[in-house]
Design a protein around this ligand. Sequence first.
Ligand code: NAI
Length: 462
Amino acid sequence: MASYDVIIIGAGPGGYVAAIRCAQLGLKTAVVEGRETLGGTCLNVGCIPSKAMLHASHMLHEAEHNFAKMGLKGKSPSVDWKQMQAYKDETVEGNTKGIEFLFKKNKIDWLKGWGSIPEAGKVKVGDEVHEAKNIVIATGSEAASLPGVEVDEQTVVTSTGALTLAKIPKTMVVIGAGVIGLELGSVYSRLGTQVTVVEYLDAITPGMDAEVQKSFQRILTKQGLSFIMGAAVSGVETAKGKAKITYKLRKDDSEHQLDADCVLVSTGRKPFTDGLGLSDLGIEVSKRGQIQTDGHWQTNVKGIYAIGDAIDGPMLAHKAEDEGMAVAEVLAGKHGHVNYAVIPGVIYTHPEVANVGKTEQQLKEEGVDYKVGKFSFMGNARAKAMFQGEGFVKILADKQTDRILGAHTIGPMAGDLIHEICVAMEFGASAQDLALTCHAHPTVSEAVREAALACGDGPIHA
Ligand code: NAI
């Protein structure tokens, strides 16, 4: 038995970042992780491998559609699926090894196995019980199940199985037009799969700015994805490696069926807290399974904290990382803080979609007097040179004070561009502050400045 200042359960982006910060702040730290490698869902079977696949399939798309236009002639490449998988695995491995190195460097103990909390101050891993002044639960989330749909991770898959399919399917039905469905759906669409997305609501990517939703769906449709909107999937049957999907249209309750080689279930995720012993400890959990915490990420049991997907808020790796750093600071007697109003969201398709702050719909509901500054990438020379003139940057600012309240973009490198607006919002900047900041030419970032100019006297290139 070993004794620690803090034991963190789970080595995903929340847990491993918390551990590194705890160690940096002088706390004796251990992390419990049952997977063979560190990094959690995000690094092993989520964000990182999917980004490798998005990159590889985007390169193929560029070769097929844009190379010849630039005078790069020749046969476009064919897909070596095994090699693409190996590239994806190597990408993951390099990063998981990197975290192991950081653990050694920071003298963090990795307690290998699945942890449970027999009582406050104790963590059980296998047969061993370790002591800790404080415990942080960072156990993440898992795919939510859908009634009538049984996942086998071969024909009917979650994002995990979708990353390791034996071969590229000819047809795929994606259930749910959320982030996972659209990212992985567009990977397979670019690899030649005929992808049909079935979505319950009337718009894709729930909660996003309505203009972005419309533009995004139009662009994805142009890229070859099909959408069946307002349709609830009620069941999937499989036989001989094929699937039959049954859905009902909400408008008239009519029932329809679709056949596919593969079905991706991407209808949301739920906190993963199995086996921790939460109910025996009396830890409060919401109806949706989220651990309830106070403003310092402490549960109702003293000395037990929780962060990341296991608690309230957007299920995003970077939100978990921020909470990881902040909870470490709290445990070290400092003042950990997360500004939940400025957490960017990014969908890593091509073009990328990125947002921060309030949507127009939210501002309307809240009765805020706002103005809109919008700029199309068609007016941006750099984007056009890369055949990426589609999309726009939209900045929402307070009509009286000009303070930036939100931004919604779809276009080249949107996931990077959004951060200049995040920084501006952290500093309480006005749209004019952004508009008066010199932006290098030619960059796609100029579109952000132009959108900020559009909040004032108007953009130059529109
Ligand atoms: P989601 O919550 O983003 O979207 C699920 C969609 O499924 C919704 O549009 C919903 O209306 C639809 N749906 C639910 N039941 C249905 C049914 N029976 N038939 C048809 N449609 C149905 O969920 P998703 O994509 O699984 O993502 C889960 C979580 O992972 C999200 O919180 C997301 O933020 C996070 N994530 C974030 C990424 C990023 O930031 N790039 C990447 C991957 C995941």
